[in-house]
Design a protein around this ligand. Structure first.
Ligand SMILES: [Zn+2]
Length: 705
């Protein structure tokens, strides 16, 4: 209507006074989509808003929905939708996009011909994660250049609506289809783009006869990212992930101080296949020999060394380890303990000490004590029995041998009796110890917040830095809070230390203990921060000096972690033994990390919210795909950024020099981390000993054996 009779329409509008301040211009297709995307408004609500605006202003402010549909029409690669019914009648809906077909379909949307100038390699990273009731997979493509930043695109390639993170369900639904697509890319191994006369691009993964001009022909590398649980699922190690390493065979008790794992101890697909065969034929039975292998890797063409070290989960895990240790220390050695708690702790220490002694006695018997005599007596008895078989033996000699045999039998019986007694004693002392430990733990768990006022005060210190106990997930800090605690450790920990020093009661630990603890925890956090800053460097920006500092920081972490008496988890082993080698091998892993997956959950959830009203699963998946394509659309991204920039401009003027300040802050942070690195390398820290351990050691020394 408006366009057909534009002039007459406008003159009426002006005369009616409805168009005084409104230009006849309407918001274009890209602007409307950018606005709806950023605000997370779904179609239905969008229509309602536009209707109100139109009624109020007497004219439409945006281009028609029909035009918007035409503009973005078939820009996306539509997913395939499926449905699976489990034995318990649960219906799972899911969709997927084959990675190879997706990339071939999207090449013209992804890049313009001139963008491909100077591409030197293409990295593909495929990740999976379960969160918020869905399993999702993300394909990230990075076009690498020598002299400019990578072109990066992300595509959700699988979405399974199921509350449980169950590998069997993934298998039945999307995994095999995704792997099949990846295999085609791997088998080709090249990223080859040709262009026809109409400047239309065509992507293939292997060489073929084509009359078109080849404008890009570079190798493709494949990577996997996600958390250790996902790695375990993909590598055929379901259920074993907690105690073994994904990258090497080293036994957990070798993990402390292990920085270099020899090549022949690293896992490879072929080595794992050999192990599975030995397990299946019954040649490997013990858990110790199976080394965490359960079944074949699901992807047999991506080696474990290309499973990207999960830096984000490492940060979350280790920072929470430190916070838990700090909290435990405060609860046991700074808080005022109730008499019941003290009694329970003492009972545990005493039971622990008698168990250790009983076990020692049994161990001594089994190694150097009675068991050696037992063996000798038994050999002696064999000898006597042999002599007795001699038919020419005199009666006198025979009687003496019989007597000797009787004495040996007595001695053997009494040693066996002693062995049995020691064994039973150790077993019963162990039972007593375990029940005392349980009782103490139960008492601790019963405590409420008001029973631990100092822990609560310390949590308030954290709150002052926006590290919020309200954001705890089951008592844990989330990723953002972990990064804040690491980067501000030099301010936060001294503040906590001051709180602890101010507590005065006769059973509080010494000031020196508080100082030692806080110093080690602070420096572990600073070291973790330094490590994070190096592992997060993107490919192409990594310098030799970074790698050198990363290795030094990792050695510091091992030293401090040992002194703090913290346990060597698979994550800690991963950073000590594998992270720096992987960073060196790939040339920087900062843009291959699993942070994208966390981001995907948020983005995908936002889309799900916008498509939530659609009841039909197929329609919902198609809509999801279209919305994601818009989020990835270069025009919409530019428009959104432009709008955000404009709104910031006024604000920015008041803050001139913010870039200089940020640079200055970074220089200072690096300097401060370096100071800590040098200080830790002096190795002047002492081992932390808990009150529990020192009491136990005192009792063990005092009444000896
Ligand atoms: Zn390892």
């Amino acid at each position: 209507m408006f366009h057909k009779y534009q002039d007459s329409f406008l003159s009426v509008a002006v005369s009616q006074g409805v168009a005084t301040h409104i230009s006849p211009k309407v918001m274009d297709e890209v602007s409307v989509e950018a606005m709806l995307n950023e605000a997370g408004v779904n179609w239905t609500n969008g229509r309602i808003i536009f209707r109100h605006l139109k009624q109020f202003f007497g004219q439409s402010l945006v281009v028609s929905e029909k035009k918007r549909r035409e503009y973005f029409g078939s820009n996306d690669f539509p997913p395939e939708v499926g449905r699976e019914t489990l034995p318990d009648k649960t219906v799972i809906t899911f969709w997927w996009k084959s990675p190879d077909l997706l990339l071939m379909n999207q090449i013209n949307v992804m890049v313009k011909p001139e963008d491909l100038e100077g591409v030197k390699a293409v990295d593909l990273c495929i990740g999976g994660d379960h969160g918020a009731g869905r399993f999702r997979m993300l394909l990230k493509i990075l076009l690498r250049f020598t002299s400019k930043p990578a072109i990066v695109k992300r595509y959700e390639v699988a979405n399974v609506l199921h509350s449980k993170d169950d590998i069997d369900v993934l298998h039945k639904t999307v995994l095999e289809k995704i792997i099949e697509g990846l295999r085609k890319i791997y088998d080709g191994g090249r990223f080859i783009v040709t262009m026809n006369e109409d400047r239309q691009l065509n992507l293939s993964f292997s060489h073929s006869m084509s009359e078109n001009l080849t404008i890009c022909d570079v190798p493709i590398r494949l990577f996997i990212n996600g958390d250790l649980k996902y790695f375990a699922q993909m590598l055929g190690r379901e259920g074993m992930s907690t105690s073994w390493c994904m990258w090497c065979e080293a036994h957990p008790n070798q993990w402390s101080g292990l920085f270099n794992v020899p090549m022949n101890q690293l896992w490879s697909i072929s080595k794992q296949q050999q192990f599975v065969q030995l397990i299946n034929t019954g040649q490997l039975k013990e858990a110790r020999d199976k080394k965490g292998i359960v079944s074949l890797p699901l992807i047999d063409f991506i080696e474990p060394q290309y499973y990207i070290f999960p830096q984000l989960h490492f940060e979350i895990g280790t920072v929470n380890n430190i916070l838990d240790a700090l909290r435990g220390f405060i609860e046991e050695e700074v808080e005022v303990l109730s008499d019941a708690e003290k009694a329970a702790r003492n009972a545990k220490i005493i039971a622990d000490v008698s168990y250790v002694k009983a076990k020692d006695k049994y161990d001594v018997f089994s190694s150097t004590g009675g068991s050696v005599e037992l063996k000798l007596f038994r050999l002696e008895k064999v000898r006597v029995n042999q002599s007795l078989r001699d038919r020419n033996l005199s009666v006198e000699n025979r009687n003496s041998l019989l007597l000797e045999r009787e004495e040996l039998d007595d001695a053997i019986a009494s040693l066996l009796e002693e062995q049995k007694r020691l064994k039973e004693d150790a077993a019963s002392k162990r039972k007593i110890y375990l029940s005392a430990a349980r009782a103490y733990k139960e008492l601790q768990q019963k405590k409420s917040k008001s029973d631990t006022p100092i822990v609560a005060t310390v949590e308030n210190v954290l709150l002052g830095y926006n590290i919020s106990p309200a954001r705890y997930h089951g008592g844990k800090l989330n990723g953002v809070d972990c990064r804040a605690l690491m980067s501000k450790a030099k301010s936060i920990i001294p503040e906590i230390e001051a709180v602890l020093h101010a507590i005065e009661h006769p059973h509080r630990c010494s000031s020196q203990t508080i100082e030692q603890r806080c110093k080690i925890y602070r420096d572990i956090l600073v070291t973790l921060d330094f490590i994070a800053s190096k592992i997060r460097i993107k490919q192409g920006q990594l310098k030799d000096a970074d790698l050198h500092e990363l290795r030094r920081s990792i050695a510091s972490l091992d030293y401090l972690w040992t002194l703090a008496g913290l346990s060597f988890t698979p994550k800690i082993h991963g950073v000590l033994a594998h992270a720096s080698d992987q960073v060196e091998l790939i040339g920087g892993i900062g843009d291959l990390l699993e942070d994208d997956l966390e981001h995907l959950h948020q983005m995908s959830q936002k889309i799900s919210y916008r498509t939530g009203r659609i009841k039909n699963a197929i329609q919902q998946a198609l809509s999801h795909s279209k919305m994601e394509a818009k989020i990835n659309n270069k025009e919409i991204i530019d428009k959104t950024m432009e709008s955000q920039q404009q709104s910031k401009r006024v604000f920015k003027k008041a803050r001139t020099g913010s870039i200089e300040r940020a640079t200055q802050a970074k220089i200072e942070r690096d300097k401060s981390r370096n100071e800590t690195l040098v200080e830790v390398e002096q190795k002047s820290y002492s081992k932390l000993v808990t009150f529990y351990e020192s009491e136990k050691n005192r009792l063990l020394d005092n009444n000896g054996n």
